[in-house]
Design a protein around this ligand. Structure first.
Ligand code: PMP
Length: 391
């Protein structure tokens, strides 16, 4: 064995010893609540397909038509040969959905965050970033020439202290997830924006988990709070059901990013067929209030039942329900117990969450029915007792 392989094997052994080893699972079909995973039938409580759109006939139909017209790939970056009318139509749609002047597509949400954060704040600026922000925000901050300061999770007084401490910096940007991916908390965007106005800072919100879900028409945290952040970043890979990332904001912002965001300039455009599917999804989403209400009633039912059993359930009314187990190995055992009973939900462990905060992260979709929800609750009762987590 080469030195490199030996060294890597030792590192993997250490990961295994720490209970942090990860493996891929194979989904044997299109996303549905009930799926074959590695050949086993499981009810999935781990998908981001919150509104069940990933396999929706209307999206498939539009994607199919565009596929025949434009082929399977875009074959170039947007600034060379990859730009089609579908990219432009989708950007216009996103801007109108997010009620901004303009929007720009990226390959995914990860690269949208990295693109904005690595290009916009400059040396002499400061980025105030929530402690629990997504990895793509953390990586964007790392690539930025601005200084990054972390504030306590959704803690407005800590944010204000840090705004006061950074008055000597040139520009200040507050960056936050709209809905936090591992905790299911909703950022108090109205209060963050008030603080930002008082201290002359700009607000960037990553609305990955709120798009399609929060607000009267599913437009996200801005609609939920009735506010307008300076920059909205998002992904099409969750409630929208497709793929791609976007930034929505002023015309000047979009023009700047088109010229300066390296993850926009140097990446191949997403396939036109994917844009066509996203366009159809956004049209559907604006008229999905009943679906959203169904989603929230599922969430409330599960949260109440698990809390009553004695579980430590985090989060607000979002499709993400984190159930804290604590120890990483116990969380893995719990997930294995769920799988043995036909339920697929991920055990989330460090470094994704803090040590001692390992959890089962449930996500709920509108495609789950009440029988599946009741079964989930029943199995949580069973496994919690088996592992001495509840009485
Ligand atoms: N931001 C947040 C909050 C996320 O949860 C995710 C996806 N896990 C992303 C950004 C990245 O989006 P994408 O999957 O489109 O790269």
């Amino acid at each position: 064995m080469s030195h490199l392989s030996e060294w890597l094997e030792t590192r993997i052994e250490n990961t295994k010893k720490a209970g942090l080893y990860r493996e891929l699972r194979t989904m044997n079909m299109a996303p549905e609540p009930e799926m074959f995973i590695d050949g086993w039938k499981q009810i999935v409580f781990s998908s981001n397909n919150y509104l069940g759109l990933a396999n929706d006939e209307r999206l498939l139909g539009e994607a199919n038509k565009a596929l025949l017209d434009f082929g399977v790939g875009s074959s170039g970056s947007r600034l060379t040969t990859g730009n089609t009318e579908w990219h432009e139509r989708l950007e216009e749609k996103i801007a109108s959905f997010k009620q901004t002047e303009s929007a720009l597509l990226f390959s995914n949400g990860y690269l949208a965050n990295v693109g904005v954060l690595s290009s916009l704040p400059e040396k002499g600026d400061v980025l105030l970033s929530d402690q629990l922000n997504h990895a793509s925000i953390i990586d964007g901050c790392r690539l930025s020439k601005a200084k990054t300061i972390i504030y306590d999770h959704c803690d407005l007084s800590d944010l204000e202290v840090k705004l006061k401490e950074t008055e000597r910096y040139h520009r200040r940007f507050i960056v936050t997830d709209g809905v936090f991916s591992m905790d299911g908390t909703i950022a108090p965007l109205d209060k963050i924006i008030s603080l930002a106005k008082r201290y002359h800072a700009y607000v960037i919100v990553d609305d990955a988990h709120a798009t399609g879900v929060l607000g009267e028409n599913g437009k996200g945290t801005s609609e939920y709070f009735g506010v307008s952040p300076d920059i909205v970043i998002g992904t099409l890979s969750k409630a929208v059901g497709t793929e791609g990332g976007f930034v929505a904001g002023s015309k000047a912002l979009i023009d700047f990013l088109l010229n300066h965001a390296r993850t926009f300039i140097f990446q191949t455009a997403i396939p036109p067929a994917s844009c066509a599917a996203s366009f159809a999804a956004l049209e559907v989403m604006e008229h999905s209030k009943e679906k959203r209400n169904l989603l929230f009633s599922h969430v409330k039912k599960i949260q109440a039942s698990l809390k009553q059993m004695g579980y430590n359930v985090k989060g607000e009314i979002t499709p993400i329900i984190p159930v804290i187990i604590g120890d990483a190995e116990k969380a893995v055992k719990f997930a294995e117990g769920l799988q043995a009973k036909g339920i697929y939900a991920s055990a989330i462990r460090p470094p994704t969450v803090a040590k001692g905060e390992s959890r089962i992260r449930l996500t709920i979709t509108t495609d789950h029915d009440s029988k599946e929800i009741d079964y989930l609750v029943e199995v949580f009762n069973l496994i919690g007792k088996e592992l001495n987590l509840i009485k």
